[in-house]
Design a protein around this ligand. Structure first.
Ligand code: 13P
Length: 245
């Protein structure tokens, strides 16, 4: 069995000093992280410090977002080509979609940029509370996945993050998550060969912490977790990692 993926989306919680402090604590507690495949997503400005200070083999690094363009006159934007040693990039996080008005079209273009840069893309999908209450979850997921290229794709991970669960402590039931992940899996099977679908990991994100992770681990289709606030606090991230067997 593959190791459970723990993708730590630090959002804008940590600065340079606290990011370095975090990875130094990881170095001193490496055994706690031996049962998971950890991917850290620091702020762009802290990535190289994290790279320089991490001393555990196989810890992967990612960008929380990148620009659609890779070079040129785009003031303030960050190119995926400007950072070395990046394994993953998050694409279409709901905070980007909702707070920065990213459309499915721009998520599509960003996904292309990431894939063409040979970096693993973690595409986030998920419905708002209102969409859930209107029984529109599957329609929303369907539209968000409709941007995927047909026939073939490399290095794709899908993260199901119900918007209403992010930062709220309000979690879907395991059955609900299983239904949505099955829907996603079937959609992927309609686009790609079994061999490709087999390689696409499915993550769950939204209020994952050391308490909720126990029951979430019972969801068979979950390959790992995309964790926000609990991943930016060393003790709680360590406690989650220690729950994995
Ligand atoms: P929380 O774990 O803080 O709910 O955030 C989830 C998330 O948005 C991860 O990308």
């Amino acid at each position: 069995m593959n190791k459970t993926i723990l993708a730590a989306n630090w959002k804008m919680y940590l600065n340079e000093d606290t990011s370095i402090d975090f990875v130094k604590k990881m170095n001193s507690n490496r055994e706690s992280f031996s049962k998971s495949e950890v991917i850290l997503f620091p702020s762009h400005t802290c990535i190289s410090q994290v790279q320089d200070n991490i001393d555990i083999e196989n810890i992967k690094l990612g960008m929380q977002d990148c620009d659609i363009n890779t070079k040129g006159a785009y003031t303030g934007a960050v190119s995926i080509h400007s950072l070395s040693g990046i394994d993953f990039c998050i694409v279409g996080h709901s905070e980007r979609r909702l707070l920065y008005n990213e459309s499915d079209e721009s998520v599509k273009n960003k996904l292309e940029t990431v894939i063409n840069s040979n970096v693993g893309a973690i595409l986030c999908v998920g419905e708002t509370k209102e969409q859930k209450n209107d029984n529109n979850t599957f329609n929303v997921i369907d539209a968000q996945l409709s941007i995927l290229p047909k026939d073939t794709i490399n290095g794709l991970t899908i993260a199901y993050e119900p918007v209403w669960s992010i930062g709220s402590g309000d979690l879907p039931s395991n059955e609900y998550i299983e239904d949505v992940l099955s829907y996603i899996k079937n959609k992927l099977k309609s686009l790609y060969s079994d061999e490709i679908v087999e390689k696409i990991n499915l993550l769950y994100g939204g209020s994952v912490d050391k308490d909720s992770v126990n029951r979430l681990l019972e969801v068979e289709l979950i390959d790992g977790f995309l964790i926000g606030s609990a991943s930016a606090d060393f003790e709680s991230f360590k406690a989650i990692a220690e729950k994995l067997s």
